[in-house]
Design a protein around this ligand. Structure first.
Ligand code: PRX
Length: 650
């Protein structure tokens, strides 16, 4: 059995760090005792066209109202670009590293300004106005960052859809927020493989039209110059339009609570929700966490390997780092292409100081062997980060000892699409590290652990994680459905934000996230609702019923395990299995590819017809000896069949 040990803050780290433990404790106390005063001060880290006089106006009860800096006026793109031009106009803002290791580009803040202004003008001249929703479906290329910032510049609300989602999933998101302007590329390139983004977009636009949303324009970046269909009165060529556009565009005056972006994320029930983030508080929180969590110093080269299709890419590739005037690296490829040394070679090539990635990547690279790491220098590295899922202590130690050579603190950052920024995390110069623990709350974050009945648990305990007061980066609503916002997050435990995560607090007050306690699973750091996969399965003609659960997977963290009852008369064959995998990939996208499909003539249900997922989870985990009470099942014999035919036999 692996025994995690505590790693004390290294002297070398403490010496240069922005925050030591005394400062952490002091600031934390101030931030929770008098949040108004604390955030009044730190709100000034961004520039405001009109300063705020009100700081915090938030309530977790009743209608749930969350407003920060509400009478302030600012602009996110101005804060991420214009305000740096005087001091660091010629500094590199974004380093782009292509999928192909011989391809890279560097863009200075001056150049970023011009590109973003031109694109903002392209959008304006095509009728995009403040408050309009713009869908971005793009690979990891510079134009994706320009697109985000150009939206922010004119006050359009972007909704980024990850390139791994299918046309149908894209259509659903276009329709939900009634978005009529799409920015995409001809094709994406990942690990040498082509992703047909424009062709997917064409299908999605057609699908959206059937659902009543008429997409007016599709702006297309030529990434691969592959052949694509072209619709003259709808499609716009990016390069051509940019050439004609004016190189200056004033930033729109945005109220602090004007929306910045929508990002769809999965929950336990129903369709993905449009998480809405607004302007002022979000940027204050993203930039502040970026600075202190990664111990960012001016001049550092910072790399977050996420995709901009996820919240990590929003807050920690684009908005947080650029608001801080950092040099941020954007990587088009994947960790193991052309070889598993790629991450570390990129670190050497660009002299990366701060590197932020996901446990799933760390586990995969660990499996490929140390030689891919030790063949590189990694001398420039100073801080390492982890995000997206619990990191197992073995992977943590490997990251720490092999990648960081015992010299770089690991910040295991816990947060969510909904939280906008990092919530529970070590700070490099302040926090002794325990492998597998996200450690302590960031400034202003008040975690609480409750039991199933909502009873607050004190001391060293295990339970469900809630946050009891607002922080500036918090989501404000579910786009178009405030009721769902209240119901999802504030009704399980009245007056508290419920995270959906299980959590243990140890005797030192450290938090250990144990994973989701709802029907959300985390596959390779990608969040997925089991209900979404179920609804994709039952939409197939041969499927009568389906239940989906997660199970432990060595590389992915969790795998997708599907129980499927075929329609009567349909043969439960391997061909059907393949067909269903293909079907789910079409309905949702490759990221939802089922790992196991078990055909089951019946599912375990209570007499009132509710599927007992607890039993299904145990069988998927191969732990069927501890199924617990099955006597309440309508037909207890189905369990024997499920065990007999389980797909995860060891
Ligand atoms: O279960 C937690 C897990 O990821 C969920 C949030 O997923 P998403 O909204 O896609 O955002 C991911 C990136 C911020 C959480 O509810 N999670 C995230 N970070 C950690 C984590 N679990 C354990 N440790 C983490 N550091």
């Amino acid at each position: 059995m692996f025994e995690p040990k505590t790693h004390k803050v290294l002297k070398s780290v403490k010496k240069r760090a922005l925050i030591d433990n005394e400062t952490y404790l002091d600031w934390y106390q101030q931030s929770t005792k008098n949040p108004e005063k604390f955030w009044k001060k730190h709100g000034k880290r961004i520039d405001w066209f009109k300063p705020y006089t009100k700081v915090k106006n938030t309530s977790f009860t009743g209608d749930v109202l969350i407003k920060w800096y509400e009478d302030g006026v600012t602009n996110v793109s101005y804060n991420c670009i214009d305000r740096h031009l005087k001091k660091r106009g010629d500094q590199v803002a974004i380093i782009w590293e292509g999928d192909n290791p011989y391809e890279d580009k560097k863009v200075t803040y001056n150049e970023l300004y011009e590109q973003v202004c031109r694109l903002a003008n392209v959008m304006k001249s095509n009728g995009v106005k403040k408050g309009d929703r713009v869908t971005i479906y793009m690979p990891m290329i510079l134009e994706a960052a320009y697109a985000m910032l150009a939206c922010a510049r004119i006050g359009a609300i972007h909704s980024i859809v990850f390139g791994g989602f299918s046309p149908d999933a894209l259509a659903g998101r276009i329709v939900d927020c009634n978005s009529t302007f799409i920015i995409t590329a001809d094709e994406g390139l990942r690990g040498g493989r082509v992703v047909p983004l424009k062709a997917n977009t064409d299908k999605a636009v057609e699908h959206a039209a059937r659902d009543g949303v008429e997409v007016r324009n599709v702006l297309v970046v030529r990434r691969t110059h592959g052949k694509v269909d072209w619709y003259e009165d709808r499609d716009i060529d990016y390069d051509e339009a940019m050439r004609l556009a004016k190189p200056k565009c004033p930033p729109a005056k945005m109220k602090a609570e004007d929306p910045l972006f929508i990002l769809y994320t999965s929950g336990s029930t129903g369709k993905p929700k449009g998480v809405l983030h607004t302007t002022g508080g979000y940027l204050v929180y993203a930039s502040m966490t970026h600075e202190y969590v990664f111990d960012y110093h001016p001049g550092d080269i910072y790399w977050c390997s996420a995709d901009i299709g996820w919240v990590t890419g929003h807050s920690y590739i684009v908005y947080g780092p650029l608001a801080n005037g950092a040099t941020t690296l954007m990587f088009e490829g994947v960790p193991n292409y052309p070889t598993p040394a790629r991450f570390w070679e990129v670190c050497d090539k660009h002299q990366v100081n701060i590197f932020y990635t996901a446990p799933t990547a760390i586990r995969a690279l660990m499996g490929a062997g140390d030689s891919h790491v030790t063949s590189t220098s990694r001398k420039s590295l100073r801080t390492l980060g982890s995000v997206g899922e619990p990191i197992n202590p073995e992977a943590w130690e490997w990251y720490y000892n092999i990648v960081g050579e015992g010299k770089c603190p690991i910040v295991d950052t816990w947060w969510q699409t909904e939280t906008g920024g990092i919530m529970i995390t070590p700070l490099p110069g302040a926090t002794d590290l325990k492998p597998g623990s996200a450690t302590r709350p960031f400034f202003g974050v008040r975690p609480q652990i409750v039991d199933g009945e909502g009873e607050v648990l004190e001391g060293a305990v295990d339970g469900n994680l809630c946050i009891v007061d607002s922080w500036p980066g918090q989501m404000r609503t579910v786009y178009g459905d405030h009721e769902r916002f209240i119901l999802t997050y504030f009704s399980t435990y009245k007056g508290k934000y419920f995270t959906g995560d299980g959590c243990r607090r140890d005797e030192d007050g450290y938090y250990w996230i144990t994973g989701r306690v709802d029907d959300v699973i985390n596959v390779s750091g990608h969040r997925m609702g089991t209900a979404e996969v179920e609804s994709a399965l039952v939409s197939h003609d041969s499927v009568s019923e389906a239940a989906v659960v997660g199970y432990p997977h060595d590389l992915k963290g969790q795998g997708i395990y599907c129980y499927v009852t075929p329609m009567s008369g349909v043969e439960a064959s391997d061909d059907l299995r393949k067909e269903l995998v293909k079907h789910v990939r079409e309905e949702i996208g490759p990221i939802a590819t089922p790992d196991k499909i078990q055909f089951a003539p019946g599912l375990p249900k209570t007499r009132s017809g509710k599927i007992m997922r607890r039993i299904l989870r145990k069988i998927a985990e191969n732990e069927f000896s501890s199924l617990g009470d099955t006597s309440t099942l309508a037909d207890p014999t189905v369990v024997d069949d499920l065990i007999e035919n389980r797909q995860n036999k060891k």
